[in-house]
Structures are given as C-alpha cells and as structure tokens.
Write a protein that binds this ligand. Structure first.
Ligand SMILES: [Zn+2]
Ligand SMILES: [Zn+2]
Length: 335
C-alpha cells in the first residue's frame, strides 16, 4: 500500500517523511478490523513526533490519528463492526482494560495506553488496522468523512477539556488560542448555554469565533479578558501564557491546559495561582468521543477545512508548522 513513513526525526521543513508505494498492507488480527482510510487530519502532535519534541516509539512509523474511513476486512470474533461500515479511529489505539483507570472510564491515564500513529501505525496510509472496541461507528452521524476525521482528535479532546473545566449554568469560560479543538469547544458550550470568551491572534479565527457565537473575542497578549472567568482552556504550547491565564480566573477557577508539550512554565507571582486549579488534558477517552458523536446528531459540527491530496501531506505539514493554513483544520484525502 501507499504510506508516508517516518524513519528519522527532523524539522518538518527538512522533510523527514518519505512516501513509499510498497509498504506491507496490514491484515486484521483477532478482534481487529481493517479500515480503508478516506481522510486523515493533520495534528500538531504529528509535527511534535516528526520533529522530535516527542520521542520515536516505533521505526519506521506511519503518523496520523484523526482517521475516517470504511471497513474493508474484519478479523476473527469481530462482532460490532461490519464490512462497509463508516468508522473512525483516534489517538486511543488500545488500553489495558484492567487497571483502575480503565475500569473507571478514565482510560486516558492507563499506564499501558497505546497511541495510534506513535506506538503503532496510523492513518497516513491507504489502510490501517484497529481493535473494534476502539473504533467509532459513524453510520448514523450526519457528517461527511472529511468532517468526521477531525472529530477524532480535536472533537474528542474538546469534550474532554470541557468536562475537565466542568462549567455550570451561568458560568463564563475563556479559550486561549482558537484552533479546531477550541472551535468544537465553543460549539459544546453554546449548546450547553455557557458564554465563551475567546482570545486569538488570528483575524480569521476571530471572525470564525464571532460567527459561531463567542461572547467576546480579543487577544490576551494585548489585553486581559473583560471579566474574571470561571474556567479557561488554553491551547498554545507557550509557557508564558499560563500565568496570564491564571490571573484572568476567579478564585476557585480552573485552568485546563490541552497541549501535549510546552515551553517552560513559570509563575512569578504566587497570588496569581493561589485559589486556582490547573488541570491538563492527557490523552483521550472513549466517553468523550461518544458524547461528541452524540452531539453531532443534534447540532452542525462541520468544520472549515483545507483538504490536501495524499501526496501533499509533507508540504501541508510544513504549511501547518508555519501557521500558513488559513482554514480551521487541515485534512488529507486518501483515494
Ligand atoms: Zn491529534
Ligand atoms: Zn488500563
């Protein structure tokens, strides 16, 4: 099969990924299905792995964990998924199913968490195999596969971040950095009657935030939020933002950090953190995905996206790295 493989990490503009035609097509094992990948979203995490911010766990590795496609083959004892089903696969490839985190539904903390596109091959290829319990059925969701691919990472992460922030009716929450996860979070909050204050540097993202119901849009690098907030969800992997965000929280407020890596975080003035709580989004869990897919049946969760050809993946990643993709999300189409 055709696949993009990563053997040696390097800055993305040095083009560390290689496109190969003859990568062995995977066969579904016991309990697994094979997905003919139709769309796979490009994530910052793919860049972190390609560039060495995160260590290489497998060599070569096929990146990509925002996968939407159609099942073309099933292994033994597959019961829930059928050939021809539209499905998704996320960063959550598998967990142990036996530890206290797995048993309580917080499998995102499982010490044996296996990540798609990091520990095992991901979706920047024609085919990927996955365990049926970790595959999300899409058959009754009124969205195209191009919109369902980004649901598999930003979509799921947004619900997890929202649940960690845990806003109550009448609360006001802030979002710093307005990428796809923040976009979905705004949609969830609006649906739940929570006002959202958005900070972003991008003029286009400011417009998208307003169009989608943000209460206030500004840039906290230049000004504080207009009021103290009950929770803030922050996306930029920039340590200096943390103290700024904490300063904008009420006492009792929660700051949720969503990034997978960050520059060093320092807090100079203890009064800014006193009385606040910092939480972090660590991996994802299936419950968040099911909540998100359920919401997709009630409200429009389509997202503005740039669609790239499969052969253009590496160039697209370079554009994402430089912040030169105007659209909210970037997706690769695999024919
Ligand atoms: Zn991702
Ligand atoms: Zn576990």
């Amino acid at each position: 099969m055709k696949a993009w493989i990563l053997d040696n990490q390097a800055k993305i503009n040095e083009k560390p990924l290689k496109l190969v035609d003859e990568y062995p097509t995977p066969e579904p094992k016991y309990g697994q299905v094979r997905i003919k990948v139709k769309y796979c979203g490009i994530c910052r995490t793919d860049l972190h792995i390609a560039e060495g911010d995160l260590p290489l766990h497998k060599r070569p590795i096929i990146l990509g964990h925002e996968i939407a496609g159609v099942v073309d083959k099933v292994g033994e004892e597959v019961k829930r998924i059928n050939i021809g089903d539209k499905v998704g696969l996320s960063w959550l490839y598998r967990t142990c199913n036996g530890c206290k985190y797995c048993i309580s539904g917080w499998e995102n903390y499982c010490p044996y968490f296996i990540s798609t596109g990091w520990d095992v091959n991901g979706g920047f290829a024609e085919y990927v195999v996955a365990y049926e319990e970790y595959v999300f059925p899409f058959n009754d969701i009124p969205l195209g596969l191009d919109d369902l691919a980004p649901m598999m990472c930003p979509g799921i992460a947004s619900y997890l971040a929202y649940d960690l922030a845990n806003p109550k009716p009448g609360d006001n929450i802030g979002v710093i950095g307005f990428g796809p996860t923040a976009y979905y979070l705004l949609k969830i909050a609006n649906y739940s009657g929570i006002d959202v204050y958005v900070s972003t540097r991008s003029k286009h993202h400011m417009e998208v935030a307003y169009e989608n119901g943000a209460k206030w849009v500004g840039n906290i690098l230049k000004e504080d939020f207009p009021k103290k907030l009950d929770a803030i969800i922050s996306f930029p992997p920039v340590g200096e933002i943390v103290e700024k965000a904490l300063r904008n929280l009420k006492h009792g407020g929660v700051l949720v950090l969503t990034q997978i890596a960050s520059t060093p975080i320092t807090i100079k003035d203890y009064s800014n953190i006193w009385g606040r709580t910092i939480k972090t989004v660590h991996n994802i869990r299936r419950e968040s995905a099911y909540k998100m897919l359920n919401l997709a049946k009630k409200i429009d969760l389509s997202i503005e996206k740039a669609i790239f050809k499969f052969e253009e993946l590496q160039d697209a990643m370079i554009l994402v790295r430089r912040g030169e993709v105007k659209e909210m999300n970037s997706v690769v189409k695999i024919d």
